[in-house]
Design a protein around this ligand. Structure first.
Ligand code: MN
Length: 239
């Protein structure tokens, strides 16, 4: 067997193990569904496999950034969530249920912050792909034109939201009824506690870009929009 074939087999095995990637291709985004396939009973919350190799987004996002962001930050949010739900009413709950039921409750802020960050980060990894970005075709092109006026107007609004989120947080493309909207959330806040459907997100916490871009958040946002944004994932999330 040639090296090329071995690599292809490895890639297929990786994809087969990647429950979240399979779920993302098959249905609107749901961490619960993806996790339930790999863990039939018991703790449904775990660190989902990345949908691509750690160096796959280079040069826009380095393997070094991903190794810390996914391997340390995201993993820590998973670990903290598991510690906080152990022995509580949330022990068997889905991630989405935990996030929704703890949102806005000061006594549950620690659990909300960690669980929502698990959700947001998995959504973020799936919002990107190697060779993504640029103007989409297909059905979502018309929705963008109807909702924002033009693709360029969408880029301006999305980039502006990401650039102006003060401190840590996220910018989102969401669906609200028939319309698409851009919104931004602070810290761990997430649209799944609002009556909108998330389609795409960009993480604008400094840990998402500082190793590669230092303080140049605008350059990171530009790379995300032009080279990484996974439009097929947005389309799969439409309801
Ligand atoms: Mn992050």
């Amino acid at each position: 067997m040639s090296q090329r074939l071995i690599t292809e087999v490895d890639r297929r095995e990786f994809l087969a193990r990647s429950g979240i990637a399979v779920a993302a291709l098959a249905a609107p985004f749901s961490i619960g569904v993806g996790s339930a396939r790999s863990v039939e009973a018991g703790a449904p919350i775990s660190l989902p496999p990345l949908p691509y190799a750690q160096n796959a987004l280079e040069p826009s996002i380095s393997a070094n950034t991903i190794s810390f962001h996914y391997g340390r930050h995201h993993q820590a949010y998973v670990n903290n969530t598991l510690k906080l739900i152990a022995g509580t009413e949330f022990e068997k709950a889905s991630l989405e249920d935990i996030v929704r039921k703890t949102a806005g409750k000061p006594d549950s802020a620690g659990l909300f912050n960690n669980a929502a960050q698990v959700y947001n980060h998995t959504f973020y990894w799936n919002s990107m792909k190697p060779g993504g970005g640029g103007e989409p075709g297909g059905a979502i092109a018309g929705r963008i034109k109807d909702s924002f006026g033009s693709y360029q107007k969408f880029v301006e609004e999305f980039s502006n939201a990401a650039a102006t989120q003060f401190g840590s947080g996220w910018a989102w493309l969401v669906q609200e009824g028939a319309r698409l909207r851009v919104l931004k959330t602070a810290n761990a806040e997430t649209p799944i506690t609002m009556s909108v459907q998330p389609l795409i997100t960009i993480d604008v916490w400094e840990h998402a870009y500082y190793l590669d871009y230092q303080n140049r958040r605008a350059d990171y946002i530009k790379a995300f929009v032009e080279k990484l944004l996974h439009w097929d994932f947005a389309v799969k999330n439409l309801v």
